[in-house]
Design a protein around this ligand. Sequence first.
Ligand SMILES: [Zn+2]
Length: 105
Amino acid sequence: MKMICSQCQTALKPYKNGVTVIETEGTPPKPCRIFEADMWACPVCDIKIVTGFGQPIARSYETTWGRDLKAALSNSMVIYGHQEPVELSVGDLEIDGPRLIRVAQ
Ligand SMILES: [Zn+2]
């Protein structure tokens, strides 16, 4: 797969294979599916994109979801994939590194 940076028109380079992606839905964002994907970067702009998704490795309605989500959150690189733009208010879930936390007052 060839990818070109739209900013500087340089070919993107593989940056990290096996990135864990936790897809969310709704507002506040709620984890719903987990994927493995690959991260590519522009060597000039340092813009990074995540692509190369396969089938989900876990879904929130599956009986093993709690265990699978905990395992995903322990990975070294976790990216969230929000289906909706995230606007947070007090009490909502917020991203803190690889974790979702409650927004404090
Ligand atoms: Zn670029």
